[in-house]
Ligand binder design. Sequence first.
Ligand code: ADP
Ligand code: MG
Ligand code: ZN
Length: 607
Amino acid sequence: MNKNKKNNKDKDKNQKEQNRKLLLSLVGLMVLIAILIVGIVIYNTKSVKEEENTLAYTDLIKEISYGNIEKVELTTGSKNAKVNLRNEEEEKTALIPDTEAFITLIQEKVAEGNEIELIQKPQSFIAQLPSTLFSILPTLIMVALFIMIFKMQGLGEKGKVYDETERKTKVRFDDVAGLEEEKEELIEIVDFLKRPEKYTRMGARVPKGVLLYGKPGTGKTLIAKAIAGEADVPFISMSGSEFIEMFAGLGASRVRKLFEKARKLAPCIVFIDEIDAIGSRRSSNSGAETENNQTLNQLLVEMDGFGSEETIIVLAATNRPEMLDKALLRPGRFDRQITIPTPDLKGRLEILKIHSKDKKLSDDVNLESIAEDTAGFTGAELENILNEAAIVATKAKHEEIENDDIEEAVKKVTVGLEKRERVISDKDKRLTAYHEAGHAVVSRYLPTQTNVKEVSIIPRGVAGGYTMYKSNEDKYYISKTEMQEKLIALLGGRAAERLVLDDISTGASNDIEVATQIARDMVTKYGMSDTLGPIDFQGKEPYEMQMFGENIGDKIGEEVKTLIDTAYNDAIILLKEHRDKLDKIAETLLQKEKINEQEFNQIFEQE
Ligand code: ADP
Ligand code: MG
Ligand code: ZN
């Protein structure tokens, strides 16, 4: 009871405190308003006082025509004139509606022989302060409001793009690893930017636009900057998504401004990232589409507009070339297209070398083997791995980045962070051990599958465990046999669960997803089904599918299912045959949680 009362009292106190604060701020606000009002009143009374000495404009004109005016004094920016009448001591003020017209009038009178002294004074800022302030105050408030609104919509920030990108870039071709052929193709652009007259003199049609195709992180922006850097010209950039605005017409005006700027800075590079955001096919007529059309049309107009005398090269990047409007690809626009591929083994090694330059690497680091393990990685991902490795090394209190730190970073990026603290029941551990052992053992007996590099039942990311394979040398083609065996390897986990535990788990969901996708591609994309033949069934409209017969959907389904069933059966057969190895690997995993390549191979070599 007592305590409650005390609490209530405290609450009351708090309430009073709050009320007082509220009152104080209200009083403060009122004082401010009062000051403002007093200011206005003083300002106005000043003009009232002067009223006795004012002269109406019409009267002033009359007095001028009578020849009664001796002197007129005007201050620039002010509409008040000081007037001296010939026969009066007192100076009068007159409000001039149009000062320019008034000055002309006086000058005419003077020319006619009237004796009027005209004095034009430059504006004294201090003297004009109150009136200027009062007159621009509403404008200031409006501007402040607009800025606030724009900031909230994130527009203010985007506006800055123009200024920031004006700077010249320090990126050079040497900073771009691999991509030798692409650089060679682009060196011509650099040459053109440096010596345009050499080309125009020969009557060569000058390149205008170059489209860079490639996955995110493959170095499109980097290479565009390198061109600007090599040619020592400004790099003006904008992202396609920034052109898409909520206000109609703003996208188009942004394009216009971008090119206005480019013309001023020419020779220069204009870089439009994510051009698919504005340059996607003009088709439907929804609101957003129409807006995009305007933006796209403006871009086409600008690109058609500048001639050979303006040395502007427009570079654009996209990872969805199939989305682009064909109009963009016509001659005189983006008539050059360069594909920026994901780096091959040599490229990856060079990228790793470039990005490890500024890092402290231990002598044991083997970048070649890291490059081998990262097939399919982009430049941005490789750079990220080295950054992660530095973090891993710091956490482990290593003096330098060691090879293990980089390998850990690769796993962190690919499978997720190792979660040693997560508590796992013995039952789950056993399930994971057999599941992973299933993948590993099956792969060991499949000729096309790469060697096992590591098997682990320490959870990582969302995975309960993982089996890592040594990556193959980079390949352009994958055979049907290899795909079939990939399916067997993928389903090896589920097969082991079935065989040993006589039950199956959700742990195989990702394997199943990947396997299904591969099997579907085999049938519908790569024409690998004997019954259906080499036909592309992907992305077809229903009426197009009907060409292949009424039940084509069912047939495709059957084929996909046959591929999966066969692979699953093959996995079960392999595991039954090598049950001893399966048990041995699972046991070892339960003991050590992780098996490396040598330990894994040893188990198979000892008979
Ligand atoms: P994109 O524009 O294709 O998405 P970026 O050019 O923005 O890719 O690449 C992001 C980062 O990845 C670059 O700043 C660079 O650090 C690194 N990178 C990508 N490709 C390469 C490469 N070929 N050589 C060196 N670094 C690269
Ligand atoms: Mg980019
Ligand atoms: Zn699995």
